[in-house]
Design a protein around this ligand. Structure first.
Ligand code: C2O
Ligand code: CU
Ligand code: CU
Length: 479
């Protein structure tokens, strides 16, 4: 079966919102797609891994002419790609070389909060460092690292503080997927920007409480990129790193492609699609088979009508590997009968965004939940069906399973583990939530300006072996 639509209701597309900024094709010369280098570990053994990650300022040649002032992790813009390995104890030395405070949030990692998780309560001050450590114990997946100082997350991500994180394990390694990084396994970080005079970004000038957007697509920090295809099959690790934009992806000739992974890892079964919608912070791993094309052909990845990446086809060796119909087993714990359904309501737009009728407060714990137990959470978006926005709902510290959308089955590509689920206006989505690690964790809308604007709450996950653990909660950061 081939799915040929985006699944989402058309009325919920962000084009329906008055503040929407459409993408505009760029006529700048095509440039090679930037492939972020893989970060070299400081040390690695059979069971441990160590990295240094520096948040830094820099300058990047994005458009012809003047360079753009940018921020990144171990790079002037975005970051080097960080590879983690399941089963390894991981130590990270964090350094802030920015002119302001930041935090290092591991989006998609199931590690203790609030310090290792790196949300609002784990600041690193300018010129200072912090050391964290955690065990990686989750399936192979595509995650990311981004800044998360509340309420400056959006402006820091806009400046460039977002890097891809690839988790590896033996289950994924045994599957017949392309995995030669930079050749047939490539990161695709989708963002949009507005370039002002002298090719600079100006977050304040473009500020919109419903999410900052720009008309120019930027992929891995490159505008108008091409990629040289030298293998029949190419795996794309698509990460929506935009502050607010949804991407409606499709290829030349409505080329079919196969989704093999979502936020939390490999899907239970491959899903064949011609169209794919990506909402903020989601990850989709797809395999594109260029078998019907020839040396000299070009295949374009579009969002709506705007070209994002030009795939230039070169000669390749035939590779007609068939994917197995079953890929991996997905954990599916039984819901604890003693835990009632936890309801979460996302409401409002603009400055009025709230979660459960209140705005985020750094010092308030909104909910408590026992570690290791599974509970149904019912997430509602009360926005108007005609003019409202999709709110991509995210939880720190865990991967969840989507159970239903308005009582119906989840979308066909939502049967794997997720940590972001888009909730349409007027919809309620039921998910199964469980935590394997304790601590304080945020849950919020991942339109980053909504998150900064207060559509965020936090829960405490209680370890039964250490029920009185105390956590230090920060005040809102003063920069
Ligand atoms: Cu990408 Cu609080 O998250
Ligand atoms: Cu997160
Ligand atoms: Cu939102």
């Amino acid at each position: 079966q081939v799915y040929t639509d985006y699944f989402f209701d058309k009325t919920a597309f962000n084009t329906q919102d008055a503040g929407y900024v459409p993408l505009e094709p760029m006529d700048t010369p095509q440039v090679p797609l930037n492939i972020p280098p893989i970060l070299t570990p400081d040390a690695e053994t059979d069971d441990s891994l160590a990295y240094t990650i520096t948040a830094q300022t820099g300058e990047t040649q994005i458009l012809p002419g003047e360079k753009t002032k940018t921020w990144g992790f171990n790079a002037p813009l975005l970051g080097q790609t960080i590879v983690l390995k399941r089963g390894k104890h991981t130590r990270v030395h964090l350094r802030d070389e920015l002119p302001e405070l930041t935090t290092f949030h591991w989006h998609g990692l199931n590690i203790p909060g609030p310090i290792a998780d790196g949300g609002c309560h784990a600041p690193v001050y300018p010129g200072k460092t912090r050391d964290i450590e955690f065990d990686v114990n989750q399936p192979a997946s595509t995650a990311w690292l981004h800044a998360h100082p509340c309420p400056e997350t959006a402006s820091q991500v806009w400046h460039g503080l977002a890097a891809m994180v690839i988790i590896k394990d033996e289950v994924e390694a045994a599957l017949p997927f392309p995995r030669n990084y930079g050749v047939d396994d490539i990161p695709v970080i989708l963002q949009d920007r507005k370039f002002h005079d002298h090719n600079q970004w100006n977050y304040q000038a473009d500020y919109d409480p419903d999410g900052v957007q720009g008309p120019t697509a930027m992929i891995n920090g490159t505008v108008n990129p091409y990629f040289d295809v030298t293998t029949q099959r190419v795996r794309l690790r698509i990460l929506n790193g935009a502050n607010r934009r949804e991407w409606r992806l499709h290829f030349t000739d409505d080329l079919e492609f196969t989704q093999i992974g979502s936020d939390g890892g490999i899907l239970p079964a491959p899903v064949t699609l011609t169209h794919l919608m990506s909402t903020c912070a989601e990850r989709h791993e797809i395999i594109v088979d260029f078998g019907k094309y020839h040396d000299g052909d070009e295949v374009i990845l579009y969002s709506d009508d705007t070209p994002l990446i030009h795939f230039r086809i070169h000669q390749f060796v035939p590779d007609n590997v068939e994917l197995p119909t079953h890929l991996v087993d997905i954990p599916d714990p039984a819901v604890d009968p003693d835990l009632p359904i936890k309801r979460v309501v996302m409401s409002g737009m603009d400055e009025g965004v709230m979660i459960d009728n209140t705005k985020f407060a750094m010092q308030r714990i909104d909910y408590e939940m026992p570690m290791g137990k599974c509970q149904l959470w019912d997430i509602t978006n009360t926005n108007d069906m005609k003019v409202g926005m999709i709110h991509p709902y995210h939880m720190h510290g865990t991967s969840f399973k989507v159970v239903s959308r308005n009582g119906h089955d989840p979308y066909p590509n939502e049967h794997g583990l997720k940590d972001v689920v888009s909730v349409n206006p007027g919809e309620h989505v039921v998910i199964k939530v469980w935590f394997d690690v304790p601590g304080i964790f945020m849950y919020h809308c991942h339109i980053i300006e909504h998150e900064d604007g207060g559509m965020m709450a936090q829960l405490k996950v209680i370890d039964p072996k250490n029920p009185t653990a105390k956590y230090q909660l920060m005040d809102h950061h003063t920069l």
